[in-house]
Design a binder for this molecule. Structure first.
Ligand SMILES: Nc1nc(=O)c2c([nH]1)NC[C@@H]1CN(c3ccc(C(=O)N[C@@H](CCC(=O)O)C(=O)O)cc3)C=[N+]21
Length: 299
């Protein structure tokens, strides 16, 4: 039976470290860490996530502001809000909740955030720093950073000799995750929808990371015995009797059967999800430390 990797517990320890770092920066430099969250439109799931971010920011001792804009917000209005937050010295981190309404160009908005304040790690400067192995001055995308922390909780810092397979190649997750694993000396393969014979590729993985967005797609026969399985999927299975917006959350991995074969596995919920928000807080206080020329702790 696989070890269940407790993302909630790991996230709580990151949050505690962020809280300490925040209060240290406050007492030593007189700087309160500031996070600005922008949300456009009224997608209920987005509002739930933003609410969770706000609560955690408060718990960390941040000064957090939320900018709630109507669905019909124009590109230039959103751009000018980002511009004013870029220039606001009290704001160390800017997060634009995704997805944005379809009429808006999300990438143009993200690229207009000052890289030093891009706590989502999505700006090309931050993506480029990660790609070139500069982990010391950039900001790393929160979900891969959180997933990597969970990998380290099992394997430690050095993944030499381990084969890692990442299923998914998005800029948001798959690519940065592969780069983090590579930086830690794993031998990395990125698989995707065009990959031939994914099951046999997956069976070679000591570390299997699934980010496909298909409920319970990864089955037990695709797992190397003893492997570490990181499930990044968040799929809401709507149960008709529960009504809209309710229902069960499942990952991209068939948890019950896979946990019979794997050595360690993250659950959904309670795995990578809570780590994502915790790493957002870590990135924000990191950004605040850097504005004062101080070395941030490693989270
Ligand atoms: N700019 C931006 N940055 C993001 O990081 C970002 C975003 N936009 N848009 C949406 C996605 C999604 N995301 C999650 C965060 C936490 C959980 C999480 O904590 N999930 C809980 C369950 C929560 C529930 O019950 O719905 C868990 O897995 O245990 C999930 C998903 C961040 N995202």
């Amino acid at each position: 039976m696989a070890t269940r990797i407790d993302g909630k517990k790991a996230a709580a320890s990151v949050i505690e470290a962020v809280r300490l770092a925040t209060s240290e920066l406050e007492t030593e430099a007189g700087v309160t860490t500031g996070l600005a969250v922008i949300i456009v439109g009224d997608d209920p799931a987005s509002h739930t996530y933003v609410g969770a971010k706000r609560r955690l920011a408060k718990e960390c001792g941040f000064n957090s502001t939320q900018h709630t804009l109507p669905e019909e917000t124009a590109q230039d209005e959103l751009a000018s809000l980002v511009a004013s937050l870029n220039d606001d010295a009290a704001v160390h981190g800017i997060l634009v909740q995704l997805p944005l309404p379809k009429h808006l160009d999300a990438d143009a908005i993200i690229q207009s955030i000052r890289p030093e304040k891009d706590v989502d790690g999505l700006h090309v400067v931050n993506a480029g720093k990660l790609a070139t192995g500069d982990l010391a001055t950039g900001l790393i995308s929160c979900t891969p950073a959180g997933a990597m922390r969970l990998v380290r909780s099992i394997h430690g810092e050095d993944l030499t000799g381990l084969a890692a397979v990442v299923i998914g190649r998005s800029n948001l997750f798959g690519k940065p995750m592969a780069q983090l694993l590579l930086n830690a000396n794993a031998t990395v393969t990125t698989a995707h929808s065009r990959t031939k014979d994914l099951p046999s590729l997956a069976r070679g993985a000591d570390i299997l990371v699934a980010a496909v967005g298909r409920p319970e797609m990864v089955k037990a026969d695709q797992i190397k015995p003893g492997a570490t399985v990181i499930d990044v999927g968040i799929n809401r299975i709507d149960a008709l009797e529960l009504g809209a917006g309710k229902g069960r959350l499942v990952g991209d991995v068939a948890y019950d059967e896979v946990s019979e074969v794997a050595g360690a596995i993250t659950p959904v919920p309670g795995g990578v999800g809570p780590m994502t928000i915790a790493m957002l807080m870590a990135n924000t206080v990191t950004a605040a430390y850097r504005t004062c020329g101080r070395e941030p702790p490693r989270f």
